[in-house]
Design a protein around this ligand. Structure first.
Ligand SMILES: NC(=O)c1ccc[n+]([C@@H]2O[C@H](COP(=O)([O-])OP(=O)(O)OC[C@H]3O[C@@H](n4cnc5c(N)ncnc54)[C@H](O)[C@@H]3O)[C@@H](O)[C@H]2O)c1
Length: 412
């Protein structure tokens, strides 16, 4: 249920393992595309989809087909609301729909990332109320986090260990049995809550470590120490240290969102997680730091940021990805516009891009655009970009990725 970045790859794996799979989505455009053989998810190719369809995969918007399922996996979005708080609307709607069609003996798995207690305290009562059945007795209910890393060629659903945690030991066993058919290794958590916390821990770990190097980059640059060199040196340690990279901010569906689920949970219980909250603030402040650096560099060149032409190179949230969701390039563009700059972008992965409803002009020719810009800012060093040429083309260049050190480029 939910045929997006997580649901569709899972459906592919289930088809490949010989299961009969129905994909349910409420978005009719998604259904129409999949039924006509086109995948909207970059990690699932049209050829993958053709293989799935030859094995009987069908995409549908008809929730009535849930009654045919022995296992239902819920992969719907868990975004933040306008106040930056967890928004479980789609999980609740999905739970009511599943509950309305639930048959005894079914296994229901929640895969959407959320705070501890969601499966037991939010999904379970809705399922039980809509179905009149009892979890742990009439049907099994478990949480199993998705660990997919879009674009990762080495790790997919099959060879990434899968954590499962059920509402009862029997629910855990049922979910573990299901996922053993899809994954090489299944790790059984003591409860659904522990599995929910494990998923948030994984992404918060990234958020906190990224914040650490981001703050170091800001401070070291102010104090005249090359943070990139320090990172290289520290990264040579073969144990006890994992390398993270500073950058213009965090983006995507997970790192800017998941920590807010954890901090909301802890704060609601009166036990704020200060380190996690601070990391969120530091990461969210990086676009403003890029603007300060840009302003200073332009001033050094005798120019004002107001009226300056800025070219952003690489605006998707992740290297070699087409995904623009929550990209830090958006708040950066907003701040630059507020400062009066004219912002354009070059990105082979983004044909069109709007920020706050206003299109950002796209430059198709990087060389000419960089030569004409007052300042070029490298945000994402996609491997298809001729990054090494930028110092020759751009009169003024800010590199937020540390790729162009020891050239005429200025680093973050
Ligand atoms: N994208 C990632 O890399 C990633 C990684 C790990 C975990 N997750 C988590 O997985 C969950 C899903 O994320 P995603 O990126 O796959 O989302 P997505 O937006 O790509 O896809 C979700 C799909 O669910 C559908 N949907 C929503 N409500 C529905 C309903 N009631 N019935 C049927 N379909 C419904 C939407 O139409 C959409 O197609 C989130 O909780 C996310 O945090 C995502």
């Amino acid at each position: 249920m939910g045929l997006g970045y997580t649901g569709l790859p899972l459906a592919r794996e289930a088809c490949a393992s010989g299961m009969r799979v129905i994909g349910l989505d409420e978005n009719s455009a998604v259904i129409a595309a999949l039924e006509s053989g086109r995948s909207h998810i970059s990690d699932v190719t049209d050829a993958d989809l053709a293989r799935m369809r030859s094995r009987g995969f069908r995409a549908t918007a008809d929730p009535g087909l849930l009654a045919e399922a022995a296992v239902t996996v819920v992969c719907v979005p868990t975004p933040l609301d306008e106040a930056g708080q967890p928004d479980l609307t789609q999980v609740r709607t999905a739970a009511r729909t599943v509950g309305a069609h639930l048959k005894p003996g079914t296994l229901v798995v929640l895969e959407s990332t959320s705070y501890p207690g969601t499966t037991d305290g939010v999904v379970r009562p809705l399922l039980e109320e809509a179905s009149g059945l009892t979890a742990g007795r009439d049907f099994a209910l478990a949480f199993s986090p998705e660990r997919i890393d879009p674009g990762n060629e080495h790790f997919g659903i099959r060879n990434t260990p899968r954590v499962v945690g059920g509402c009862t030991p029997g629910c855990t066993a049922a979910a573990a049995g299901f996922f053993r058919r899809l994954c090489d290794r299944v790790v059984e958590a003591g409860s659904a809550r522990e599995a929910e916390l494990a998923k948030l821990l994984e992404n918060v770990y990234r958020s906190v470590n990224i914040a650490l190097v981001n703050e170091l980059a800001v401070t070291a640059s102010a104090l005249g120490v090359d943070v990139w060199d320090a990172l290289d040196c520290a990264g040579s340690k073969p144990f006890g240290y994992q390398r993270f990279h500073p950058g213009p901010g965090v983006g995507g569906h997970c790192i800017p969102v998941d920590p807010a689920y954890l901090t909301h949970w802890a704060r609601t219980a009166g036990r704020p997680l200060r380190l996690v909250e601070l990391a969120q603030q530091i990461n969210a402040g990086m676009p403003a730091h890029v603007v300060r650096r840009a302003t200073g560099l332009l001033r050094g060149a005798g120019k004002d940021i107001a009226g300056a032409r800025l070219l952003l190179v690489g605006v998707t949230y992740k290297r070699d990805s087409r995904d623009l969701r929550s990209t830090p390039a958006a708040p950066l563009t907003r701040l630059l516009r507020e400062a009066g700059a004219h912002v354009g972008y070059h990105d082979p992965y983004a044909d069109a891009w709007t920020v706050d409803g206003v299109p950002v002009p796209r430059a198709t020719r990087l060389r000419e655009a960089a030569a004409e810009a007052d300042l070029t800012v490298l945000l994402q060093d996609h491997s298809v970009l001729p990054v090494e040429d930028l110092p020759h083309w751009a009169p003024l260049l800010l590199d937020t990725r540390g790729r162009l050190r020891h050239t005429t480029a200025h680093v973050l």
